[in-house]
Design a protein around this ligand. Sequence first.
Ligand code: ITT
Length: 196
Amino acid sequence: MTALKLLLGTKNPDKAKEIQAIFGDSVTLLSGDDHPFADVEEDGDTLEANARKKATEISKETGLAVLSEDTGLEVDFLKGAPGVYSARYAGEEATYQDNVDKLLDALKGESKRQAHFRCVCVVVFPDGQELISAGQLNGQITTNARGRDGFGYDPIFLPDGFSKTLAEVPTSLKNQISHRSKALRAMKAQLDKHMA
Ligand code: ITT
């Protein structure tokens, strides 16, 4: 049986690497380098809306089945912020470091530091059919950044049950426990059913 082909509808190379590592050879992921697509404005109010919008628009543009995802870090003390605004928490052109600094500042002196990453994946097929899945990783925001692996908010995220941040553990371990791996594994199960 030939592997399912999906265009990876993300412009974030850090995410793309993780998705490739999690899916392995079980799905053939096509790249935006070979199938270019325009930027999609992420103006939805929810992770679901943004993931769906990205997959739908990129599928329409390319005529391919597309996997997109939207991820947010939801901090309890901040009533779920930065959430859907995680990429631009410190401004439109914010770097990972800017966002991390702003979040550490917002939680300065605060002992309530529970948070979770939530990832929503959407696959849209050229005929408009759609599959959706989600994954969550619970943890705490540290008081300072630790570690060099991972990306985004990983250096300040301590998963429950771990004494190291997501940036201090090997990416292979992050990919076993992460919000993204949970959402992608759930998506893979749906894809297998869909293709059967
Ligand atoms: P695409 O929309 O092109 O996929 P993006 O970087 O805009 O890429 P998101 O809106 O989903 O993607 O990501 C929001 C931000 O959340 C992202 O820029 C990172 O700062 C952060 N983020 C996402 N996944 C993360 C992870 O696994 N670990 C740490 N931070 C993460």
